[in-house]
Design a protein around this ligand. Structure first.
Ligand SMILES: C[S@@+](CC[C@H](N)C(=O)[O-])C[C@H]1O[C@@H](n2cnc3c(N)ncnc32)[C@H](O)[C@@H]1O
Length: 278
């Protein structure tokens, strides 16, 4: 059976336990670092988000849209460091509810979160200075339609930033499940070359591209070591929050599969920076 993408993310989500655990463990509110295991659901974690923030610092946008904002880790970082309005959209309604609850719990400035599909954005033309994708284009079936929508809602010369998993040269080696897909039907990876061509056709100019795959692999290997440590050390350590509380027990296979897929060059991790042509 093929699961809808919102079911993939929400079917195993245990937000009640998660929120109770956070309230108990951090009575003064969790920091953004303490939330990272569940609200930075991308390869590279909070460090990868800090890299994106450096690009934002250069651009200083005033109105930002994050597409596929998930549990909202990047939105909270932006809202706490920038004098900008940030709006998140996500197709998984339960992620949006969790996002709002985590913002309240952590005491970060409130932002708007809307449940909708990135292929049909509920915004007027030319109303954002910047759009960010962080591991969300990888779930979107129609890249072309999605990029057209981005161009429509962006101001002329607005920026588009992407931190995404792309298809590598050895895609036939791909192992599932991965954190963004339990089966191939939920994964919509395209190559760097195909994405560059689509960006150009859709009216974007590619300004910068960095292949982060090596760093991404090292980061995932460090996470795997930490996760193993937690399992053997349950008695002494207070229970930590984990992506298992979002993605379920399958996460125990997803993490190792990310390492295999990166090692085999079945996937790559890229950061791209583009400008909308006027
Ligand atoms: C791998 S998660 C990443 C979440 C978040 N950006 C992060 O890095 O923690 C992918 C997110 O994209 C959202 N998503 C997938 N397809 C979407 C679509 N068509 N429109 C809007 N959001 C979508 C999912 O619900 C999920 O929250």
């Amino acid at each position: 059976m093929v699961m809808d993408i919102d079911q993939h993310y929400s079917h195993h989500m245990d937000e009640t336990t998660l929120l109770n655990q956070l309230r108990l463990q951090y009575p003064d509110g969790p920091t953004l670092y303490q939330l990272a295991p569940i609200d930075q659901l991308h390869i590279g974690g909070i460090k990868a988000s800090e890299k994106l923030l450096k690009l934002l610092q250069q651009q200083q946008p005033r109105r930002i849209l994050e597409i596929g904002s998930g549990a909202g880790g990047l939105m909270r970082m932006i809202a706490s460091q920038f004098n900008a309005e940030v709006i998140g959209i996500d197709i998984t309604h339960r992620f949006n509810r969790l996002n709002r609850a985590l913002t309240e719990l952590s005491g970060t400035p409130l932002s708007s979160v809307i449940s909708c599909d990135a292929q049909q954005l509920p915004f007027a033309d030319n109303c954002f200075d910047c759009i960010i994708f962080q591991h969300s284009l990888l779930n979107i079936p129609n890249t072309e339609r999605c990029l057209q929508e981005c161009l429509r809602v962006l101001n002329a010369n607005g920026s588009l930033l992407l931190h995404e998993v792309l298809q590598g040269p050895n895609q036939q080696q791909m192992c599932y499940p991965v954190p963004w897909a339990r089966t191939a039907e939920q994964s919509h990876l395209i190559t760097f070359e195909a994405l560059s061509a689509q960006l150009q056709q859709s009216g974007f100019q590619l300004k910068g591209a960095e292949n982060w795959s090596e760093e991404a692999l090292q980061w995932r290997q460090r996470q795997a070591d930490k996760e193993k440590g937690n399992e053997t050390d349950k008695e002494r350590k207070a229970p930590l929050i984990s992506p298992i509380q979002i993605l379920g027990e399958d996460f125990k296979k997803m993490g190792p599969n990310v390492i295999t897929n990166l090692s085999e060059d079945a996937v790559q991790v890229w950061q791209l920076s583009c400008t909308a042509t006027a």
